[in-house]
Design a protein around this ligand. Structure first.
Ligand code: FES
Ligand SMILES: [Fe+2]
Length: 356
């Protein structure tokens, strides 16, 4: 197995920001190597423009808004929300090429999603859902951590939770996570990887004992649903040993936690790690929210530290190093295969475009 490197896939929706981050101040963020400037119009619609003035490259994110227009902070070139230049200083004629790219954008489930690739292919109905975050029946905590590593390393990390036992002991890891075999399924048509680990009788880690109040042994289910390349969902079910959901799907004895990650490549070797934890219990308990936010951030930072190390290892190693994969890696390998397919589709389309 070669290096776990998947090229950045441009014709996909990515989370560029949380909705609350984007407002009437310009926000800079890089996605798939493209520097972006994000803001909202006076009506509240999100706008994403290339963050580079066409004149002398001054970042629009360092500039100012005039109504719905962006006025470059260097010499005043002014762009409307489509990226078209509507004013240049010192002359009436606006050069035909005076425009910056504007990117398809959509707001859904508390995220600002952006499409970096071919705009003609951007279909907002294809954006994967994470409905809990904006749902009053659930309470969420969230954050974003920068990772100095290629995004495929974060995909590997999240698809194989056996690392919880070793990297996150004392938080979410217990011996049973690494010991319990997984089942992996792939829906090739929908492009989804499912990885499940159901622990019938497991130690309750502090993350769940403190938040649910359960003590002693628990039934702990981890059901991963990953829509490559960006949206990862871990459906986590915590219940007393022996408890199973009712035939009608109701599950009154269990605590449900939806752990969502949006994995957004920033550059070839850095990643935005958006994380959220939504729960269907203790909805108004600020103490539980504070605990889960603090603990999950700590867990994410443990991953970030490991991935940053791995990126340095990968960068420094000679070509030809052979990875070894075992049963725990089937989910990660399936994800790599789907992402390779997406990347190959893109290079084929690009080659066809050149040939035309
Ligand atoms: S660099 Fe923007 S107006 Fe000159
Ligand atoms: Fe982790």
């Amino acid at each position: 197995m070669a290096k776990p490197t998947i090229p950045m896939i441009r014709n996909q929706w990515y989370v560029a920001a949380y909705g609350y981050e984007v407002g009437r101040d310009l926000l800079a963020r890089t996605v798939c190597g493209e520097p972006l400037a994000l803001y909202r119009t006076e009506d509240g619609d999100p706008v994403v423009l290339a963050d580079r003035c066409v004149h002398r490259r001054f970042p629009l994110s360092e500039s100012r808004l005039d109504g719905d227009k962006v006025v470059c902070g260097y010499h005043g070139f002014t762009y409307d929300k489509t990226g078209a230049c509507v004013y240049v200083p010192g002359q009436q004629r606006i050069p035909r090429t005076a425009r910056v790219s504007s990117y398809p954008v959509a707001e859904q489930d508390s995220f600002i999603w952006v499409w970096i690739g071919d705009p003609a292919q951007a279909d907002p109905t294809a954006i994967p859902r994470a409905p809990w975050l904006a749902d009053d029946e659930w309470t969420s905590v969230y954050g974003m951590e920068p990772v100095a590593a290629r995004y495929s390393l974060l995909v590997d990390n999240l698809l194989d939770l056996s690392h919880e036992t070793y990297l996150h002991g004392g938080y979410i890891g217990t011996p049973e996570v690494a010991e319990t075999p997984i089942t992996t399924e792939v829906d090739d048509d929908a492009g989804i990887v499912y990885v499940s680990r159901h622990m019938a009788d497991a130690e309750c880690p502090p993350f769940y004992s403190e938040s649910t109040g359960l003590s002693g042994r628990i039934s702990r289910w981890q059901d991963i649903e990953f829509a490559p390349p960006c949206l990862y969902k871990l459906h986590s079910r915590i219940a007393p040993v022996g408890s199973v959901p009712n035939d009608d799907g109701s599950d009154p004895d269990a605590f449900h936690v939806e752990v969502v990650y949006a994995i957004t490549p920033e550059t070839e070797s850095s990643t935005h790690d958006f994380w959220m934890v939504a729960r269907d219990f203790a909805l108004d308990d600020q103490g539980v929210s504070d605990f889960l936010a603090e603990n999950n951030r700590t867990v994410v930072l443990q991953d970030v530290e490991a991935l940053d190390v791995l990126e340095r290892v990968l960068t420094g190693e000679p070509d030809g190093y052979q990875e070894l994969s075992i049963n725990i890696d089937t989910g990660g390998l399936a994800a790599r295969r789907l992402m390779d397919r997406l990347a190959a589709g893109e290079s084929t389309a690009a080659a066809a475009a050149v040939a035309r």
